[in-house]
Design a protein around this ligand. Structure first.
Ligand code: PLP
Length: 396
């Protein structure tokens, strides 16, 4: 009766629902404060005060028909101009309003770009471990996700393995840095090597290959680490940015796409992406939030607080004998599982700890802990982790 693709998704959804229900069940039994839920990438710090001020200011100041009205599918021209100016000031780029399309978060942006680029059967490459929704987004347009196996040495994408994954059907490669789930920030050298491999692939196959840079965590980088701006390395780069994490606004669904003029056949790509925004039913990104985002381009979430969480959890778990990647960005800790990852996640629940098995990111043998929780939750979780460690290391 319903679509076969959706039937498969509805049946497969049980694991996510089970995790959510397990969190609620444990909270009802032990109290919410005694459940250590590291499963969700939902920011725990409120949006900066500038966001509330901007919402009130826009509503008080501006004509409500304009604030809440339809506009060009790309978004308000002045908002797009402000986004371009801010990128130029930060990254030395030369964008203008016509390089920007306002989007419904990064998820909306990725769907617009994939709708724009893909013919049925086209391949999109992702590096494991990867954000699991990529598979669904690519399938939306009858594309095929090709997964490059993980580089478990440092979880940097491996350009050599990328080379073997390329084919005449490769249309795009998704990069995600700072990375969900590993917290790794891709180095300029790695991105430059990827660009070389893709240039060679374009020449060999006579095709266009795009980099799709998925950047919801761009502002969450620690210790002054540089997050290179990918358009500088490869002409056919399209960026999908979001304020979901950087301003703690995931429910407001606001972000933008950057399509530089250096992209092959820029005019038609940009035009088609505007139309994709319309025909996918987004029509335009939320109008009030576009205005708010433009007024908050200099605002940031509490990166220092995430940084404190990062150190506390990393050092706490390391002291217990767990082996983790020290995250340089995002708010995830990627930990080697001492027993098979699905068993570890099950065992953790016995100590009221919720984590996501690496298999959910195409990388079994690891688990992801989202440390966008209170510092107090992390402190109080450590004795529970100690018991879990004793149980798991005894078994391993
Ligand atoms: N890409 C990655 C890697 C993510 O982790 C997320 C959300 O967690 C998204 C995209 C979707 O972000 P948004 O809420 O802006 O649509």
């Amino acid at each position: 009766m319903i679509s076969e693709k959706m039937l498969a998704l509805a049946r497969g959804n049980s694991a996510i629902r089970a995790m959510f229900e397990e969190g609620n069940r444990l909270a009802a039994l032990h109290g919410r404060e005694n459940v250590y839920d590291f499963s969700l990438g939902n920011p725990n710090f409120p949006a900066p005060a500038a966001v509330g001020r901007a919402i009130r200011g826009v509503l008080d100041r501006e004509d409500s028909l304009l604030v809440h009205g339809y506009m060009n599918n790309a978004g308000y021209a002045d908002v797009r101009g402000a986004v371009a100016d801010s990128l130029n000031a930060r990254f030395g780029t030369a964008f203008d309003a016509d390089n920007i399309i306002m989007s419904v978060g990064a998820a909306g942006g990725l769907n617009v770009v994939l709708k724009t680029l893909l013919n049925p059967g086209d391949e999109v490459i992702a590096f494991a471990p990867y954000f699991v929704e990529y598979g669904n987004y690519v399938a939306n347009y009858d594309g095929k996700l090709v997964v490059v196996p993980p580089n478990t040495e440092d979880f940097m994408p491996d350009p050599q393995r990328l080379e073997t994954a390329l084919s005449p059907r490769t249309k795009a490669v998704i990069l995600n840095s700072p990375n969900n789930p590993t917290g790794v920030v891709y180095t300029a050298e790695t991105i430059a090597r990827i660009a070389e491999v893709l240039e060679a692939g374009r020449r060999a196959y006579g095709t266009e290959i795009f980099i799709l840079s998925d950047e919801p965590y761009r502002e969450l980088a620690y210790d002054g680490v540089e997050v290179p701006y990918v358009t500088k390395f490869y002409n056919n780069t399209i960026i999908c940015y979001s304020w979901s994490k950087s301003l703690s606004l995931p429910g407001e669904r606001i972000g933008y796409i950057v399509i530089p003029r250096a992209v092959h056949e820029y005019e038609i790509v940009y035009e088609a992406a505007c139309i994709a925004t319309r025909v996918l039913g987004f029509v335009n990104a939320p109008s009030l939030m576009q205005r708010v985002a433009a007024e908050c381009l200099g605002a940031r979430t509490d990166v220092e607080a995430y940084d404190r969480n990062r150190r506390l959890l990393y050092e706490g778990l390391r002291a217990l004998g767990f082996s983790c990647v020290f995250p340089q960005g995002a708010f995830y800790l990627w930990m080697k599982s001492p027993v098979p990852d699905v068993d570890f996640a099950e065992a953790a629940k016995r100590y009221n700890i919720l984590v996501v098995p690496g298999a959910s990111f195409g990388c079994p043998g690891y688990v992801r802990l989202a440390y966008c929780v209170s510092e107090d939750t992390i402190r109080r979780s450590l004795p529970a982790f100690e018991k879990l460690a004793a149980a798991c290391f005894a078994r391993a």
